[in-house]
Structure formats: C-alpha cells, structure tokens
Design a protein around this ligand. Structure first.
Ligand SMILES: [Zn+2]
Ligand SMILES: [Zn+2]
Ligand SMILES: [Zn+2]
Length: 289
C-alpha cells in the first residue's frame, strides 16, 4: 500500500482538458461543413479551448472553459496553486474569472493563487479585473511577470521559459516544466521555434518524457504558417529535440491545439498518428509520466 502511494506521488500527472484553437471545435460562430459534421458526431470530436492540468495544482493557461473543465473532469479550482500563462490571447488567458477568488464567492482555497506570465499577460490581468475586483479579493490572486530564457523554481516545479514564434506584440512563451526528475515540454502556441531553444534546453539539463506540440494546421501542407505549425513542422521539431538530447526513444509526442479549418476528426488524426508516431490529443486525454 505504502509503495503504491509512493508510486502515485512520484508520477507527474498531465491532463489535456482542452485541445482546440481559439475558436473551439466546432467553431463558436461557424456553420462550415466540418463544424456541422462535428456537431452531429459529438463525443470525442468536440474540443474546448486549450488547458493542461499538471498534478492538480498547476495549470498551463486558463481558457474561458476552465470552470467548465473543473466540473467535467472532477477537480476543484480551489486546489490550483499556480498558473503558467503562455501568452495573452483570450483562448489562453480568460482573466475575468479571478475576481471570484474570495469575498462571498469562494472560501477554503488556501494561499494566494500565483499567476506567471509576460508583460502583456499582466496588462490583460489588470484590464479584465479592474472593474469588478473587490479590495478583499485582490490579495488572493498574485500576478508575477516572467521572461523568455529564464530559469525559475516555483514550489516543487522547475520551470524553463523559451520564446515562442507566435506574436509580434508580446513575448509569447513555451515551457519546460520538471518535477521530481520528470519533464514535460509545452510547445504551443508557436510556429517553428527559433534554433536557440534546443541548445538552451540541452544546456539546462532538460529531459522531456512528454512533449505537446502546436499542430493547429494538422495535416494541411502548402499553406502559410506564420504563428502555428502543421504536422511536418512538428516532425521537424521532434527531430531537433532528439538531436539535442532533450528527448529519447521513450519520449511521447502529443499534437494539439487544432483548428476547425483542419477538420480535426479523430479518424483523420489517426492517420497522422500512424505515419508520424505521435499521439493526437483529445479533451480529457491523460498521461502519468
Ligand atoms: Zn491558441
Ligand atoms: Zn467551421
Ligand atoms: Zn495564440
């Protein structure tokens, strides 16, 4: 029994709660053929906006569905200690909700929730909470600014930040997150990242057991990809991570953040899984690494 408990604790638990790009799948205001079909099929074909939950107390990004995710997957947002925010786009950082962490809206939630994000994320936090944040709630949510190519120790997590290739107006971030010798690499949202990330990860001893990759365009080739990747880009990133020694034979690669424009049916993604040796994420997919 003791041994089993120890094993459970040692694993890092990674849950993909949402796996769609900003507009959702089906897209919020869309009546294209792909969205119509996905509405009819339902189930695993439905995708909410991107959120990854780690060990129940760390969330990468906080989409508009964060509350719905907590009900659907049976966890309590009161247990969340940290949020690492990749960038300020609304599908990754829905800051209005933070006014609810106190007053008559919430109790029993422990120490202040620590949010980590770039300067633009901090600006969005201020904008979205300005009108409704009660003075008694404000100390319960703390915004911390972080920058690319930095090392942080946050609670029991080691965090390396990397620059994404995603926005001209902010330093969007990618994350390597480690706990107890287990490593998770979070590579979205981004187009092909700059070459410097591979050396930085390697120099800082990053060893990823699980990598999630921006595959917004899935199998679409021959299109302009300034902010996101397709499967061929993902394959190139994977080969560079392996060459840098950040990933090995046992590393799992997950593709995610799909757009309705890619018609991301599970049956179509299964073909990419087979051809490229990746796992296509769906809402609720979970790993113990
Ligand atoms: Zn996004
Ligand atoms: Zn559509
Ligand atoms: Zn974005």
């Amino acid at each position: 029994m003791t041994f089993a408990l120890f094993c459970c604790f040692a694993f890092m638990k990674i849950q993909f709660l949402g796996t769609a790009a900003a507009e959702g799948v089906p897209a919020m205001f869309c009546d294209c053929e792909s969205c119509k079909n996905i509405r009819l099929l339902g189930g695993r074909e439905l995708r909410t906006r991107t959120q990854v939950l780690i060990d129940g107390d760390l969330s990468v990004d906080f989409p508009p569905e964060a509350y719905v995710h907590s009900i659907k997957y049976g966890f309590n947002l009161a247990g969340l200690k940290y949020i690492f925010v990749t960038h300020s786009h609304m599908d990754h950082f829905y800051a209005h909700d933070f006014i609810l962490r106190g007053y008559r809206y919430a109790s029993g939630f422990g120490s202040p929730l620590q949010i980590y994000g770039n300067k633009e994320v901090a600006a969005v936090f201020s904008e979205c909470t300005r009108r409704e944040m009660k003075p008694s709630v404000a100390p319960n949510v703390v915004m911390n600014e972080i920058m690319p190519y930095r090392r942080y120790l946050i609670g029991r997590y080691r965090l390396l930040t990397l620059p994404a290739n995603h926005s001209l107006t902010e330093d969007a971030l990618l994350f390597y997150i480690e706990r107890g010798g287990r490593g998770y690499l979070h590579l979205h949202d981004t187009a092909l990242p700059e070459e410097g990330i591979y050396g930085y990860l390697s120099e800082n001893g990053a060893k990823a057991s699980l990598v999630s990759l921006d595959c917004t365009y899935a199998g679409r080739t021959g299109i302009n990809r300034p902010r996101h990747m397709n499967i061929d880009d993902c394959a190139l990133v994977i080969s560079k991570l392996k060459a840098a020694g950040v990933c090995g034979a046992d590393t799992k690669f997950v593709i995610t953040h799909f757009s309705h424009n890619s018609n991301p049916l599970t049956s179509r993604l299964a073909l990419l899984e087979e051809q490229y040796g990746v796992v296509a994420a769906y809402d609720g997919l979970q790993f113990d690494i």
